[in-house]
Design a protein around this ligand. Structure first.
Ligand code: ADP
Ligand code: NI
Length: 216
């Protein structure tokens, strides 16, 4: 992979996510990129493809860019303008089209590079950062932090997952975040996830304790 393409991709996503407050700022992409590269190195994946796919993984996201989501127009245009060959473009698009969590039966990427990008994206949804992102996302979508009368649900497929409109941020832990550690692809990511998952459980246990005033 041409290093100029990667540095252009960094500049491109920096401008792209400039004003996001829903947990998808540039720093999310930057963390996913750095983590994915580390996973790729440890797992023996192609680092260049992994890096480019990680950098472009959210530019055609269904929530952020619904008008380009179907054909991944933003990622395609960036790569074409930067002279990325067709075969590499297709590999990258294949990775980013399968990266997202869409319920318990989310797609498992075919390629090792795709597995690294998906794991890096999921690692950024858990742990301390994951907690902060869940409440940032919830707040920006008008969701409550918690409502004991709204019970967490199980979402198997994409339709159910996106059909869920009025859940709470605490429910999101039960509906997605606590499930992620068992849905990772690579050994390296599973090891990193253990501590992050434990930290989230400690947080939610403490949150519920304080909610009920059990600690008072
Ligand atoms: P990504 O594929 O980058 O993880 P998502 O759009 O699925 O992106 O989510 C962005 C962030 O917002 C993630 O940290 C995710 O866990 C969080 N999030 C998504 N849906 C909800 C929700 N319903 N309530 C609270 N947080 C959410
Ligand atoms: Ni992402």
């Amino acid at each position: 992979m041409d290093t100029q393409v990667l540095s252009n991709a960094i500049e491109y996503v920096k401008a792209f996510f400039e004003n996001d407050a829903s947990g998808h700022d540039f720093y999310h992409t930057e963390r996913v990129y750095k983590t994915a590269v580390k996973l790729a190195e440890k797992e023996g994946a192609d680092v260049g493809i992994t890096a480019l796919a990680a950098l472009l993984h959210d530019v055609d996201d269904r929530k952020l860019s619904p008008e380009t989501h179907q054909n991944f127009d933003n990622a395609r245009r960036f790569m074409t303008e930067n002279g990325v060959d067709r075969e590499t473009q297709n590999k990258v698009i294949d990775i980013i089209s399968n990266v997202s969590y869409v319920g318990e039966k989310s797609p498992v990427p075919d390629s090792l590079e795709g597995k690294c990008v998906q794991d890096a994206d999921r690692l950024d949804a858990i742990g301390a950062i994951g907690i902060a992102r869940a409440f940032a996302y919830g707040g920006s979508h008008g969701r409550s932090m918690y409502d004991p009368s709204v019970k967490p649900e199980r979402f198997t497929d994409e339709k159910q997952y996106y059909g869920n409109k009025n859940s709470t941020s605490i429910n999101h832990f039960y509906e997605k975040l606590f499930l992620l550690k068992d849905l990772l692809n690579t050994r390296t990511a599973i090891t990193i996830a253990e501590k992050r998952d434990e930290f989230m459980h400690t947080f939610v246990d403490e949150f519920l304790l304080e909610w009920d005033g059990t600690d008072v």
